[in-house]
Design a protein around this ligand. Structure first.
Ligand SMILES: *Cc1c(COP(=O)(O)O)cnc(C)c1O
Length: 400
């Protein structure tokens, strides 16, 4: 571990300490595999929280990237470019929405959705100026901007970063009574993750999202679903809200949209909402640049042509079944949808991070979330054989 250590020490000296990574220094990746600077190989069971759903260096997306990079990478939004229409059409068709607005990071997509909801509230619904409210969920994760942390319920995300943005109401996740009680005439939107990823792959009760949809419809409230981590096949459906046949007004996408290469995010929505943007009301220098459009289009085409959504569903069930068959003294709960699995560890029996370190020694990259949950989210291109390989090692670590 000498070489790894050298890089880590140098980084620690000059980098802000806003992360606490596991002590391994990755230098290259291919498909589901990663190699560190000492040549050790690991199976990536984290996929950068869905950003690597297509695997590392997917050849088809890499080809689109290099071809486009050598033609035209970036041009300002002061002009049109010839990759934009293709990408927008594919994106809107896949999630059955009318219009899309392209940004870069997931947090920017969420900020965009918040702006859309507020404008909808004032211009369409007729909410009095500066009174619009958005209902959000306890345990949410929507990003790290000052606006977004304003409605986080996690103190460590907020401490000493105030003052915070008003206009948000936090209610318990999965509680339809609380949601109905929170809606007022000034509510413009409900913003939720269909499954809470960072909170530990937490699922609301079956039928909850459908009831949220009905409550939104009944009160002229927008349903805005953050599918930045859950979307594009992660949960075994194109969108996680497809599990409940829910049709949101606004969907935020990111992570996997970049095909494992670039930060690409989008807000995709119905005409009635997306129509609130006019020239000058929003924008981003790099949002929707030609390189991003070419890569994003290739990422979506690959998802469909390689049937990655179906694969996530099938292999996710296969892995969850195997995990549920484990008789582990540490595990208190296992849940998941598609290749997206949370394993709760009894804190009295083991520390999740210690188990992740043992898995690292076995050749698996796994990270804990909120100290007590191990999250498994391998690239969707993983094979059954690779899952068996991973399971054998997980079983070894969780049952000794
Ligand atoms: C990761 C994530 C975000 C933020 O995306 P960034 O690209 O890190 O800004 C927002 N919402 C959800 C659900 C996420 O998982």
């Amino acid at each position: 571990m000498m070489l790894n250590k050298t890089f880590i020490e140098r980084e620690d000296y000059v980098g802000a300490r806003n992360y606490n990574p596991i002590p391994v220094v990755i230098s290259h990746g291919k498909g589901v595999w990663l190699w560190d600077v000492e040549g050790n190989r690991y199976l990536d069971m984290l996929s950068a929280y869905s950003a690597i759903s297509h695997g590392h260096g997917h050849p088809r997306i890499l080809k689109a990237l290099t071809e486009q990079a050598s033609r035209l990478a970036v041009c300002s939004r002061a002009v049109h470019h010839d990759k934009m229409a293709d990408f927008l059409e594919t994106l809107c068709r896949l999630v059955d929405m009318d219009r899309a607005l392209l940004m870069n990071s997931g947090a920017e997509a969420v900020e965009t959705a918040v702006k859309a909801a507020r404008r909808y509230g004032y211009q369409i619904k007729g909410i009095p100026e500066n009174k619009a409210e958005i209902i959000v969920m306890e345990g949410n994760f929507h990003g790290r901007t000052t606006g977004i942390i304003s409605f986080s319920s996690d103190e460590s995300y907020k401490k000493n970063f105030g003052p915070f943005l008003p206009g948000f109401k936090i209610i318990p996740y999965g509680n339809i009574g609380a949601l109905k009680a929170a809606i007022t005439a000034n509510t413009c939107a409900v913003l939720t993750e269909p499954i809470q990823g960072e909170a530990g792959v937490l699922m609301p009760p079956q039928g909850w999202l459908k009831e949220v949809e009905a409550a939104c419809r009944a009160n002229d409230v927008l349903l805005m679903v953050d599918e930045i981590q859950s979307g594009l096949g992660r949960s075994g459906r194109m969108l996680a809200c497809d599990h409940e046949d829910v049709k949101p007004d606004v969907v935020m996408l990111g992570k996997a949209l970049g095909g494992g290469f670039l930060p690409i995010s989008a807000v995709v929505g119905r005409e009635g909402v997306m129509g609130v943007f006019n020239p000058g009301s929003h924008g981003s220098t790099f949002g929707g640049n030609p390189l991003a459009a070419a890569v994003g289009k290739a990422a979506l085409d690959t998802l469909i042509d390689e049937k990655l959504v179906e694969q996530s569903d099938e292999l996710g069930k296969y892995l969850i079944d195997k995990l549920c068959g484990l008789n582990s003294p540490y595990v208190t709960a296992i849940r998941g949808k598609g290749l997206w699995i949370g394993i709760d560890i009894d804190p009295n029996k083991a520390v999740a991070r210690d188990l992740c370190m043992k898995l690292l020694a076995e050749g698996l990259i796994v990270r804990d979330t909120h100290k007590v949950t191990m999250r498994l989210a391998p690239p969707l291109v993983i094979t059954k054989g690779e899952i068996d390989w991973a399971f054998e090692r997980i079983a070894r670590v969780l049952t000794v």
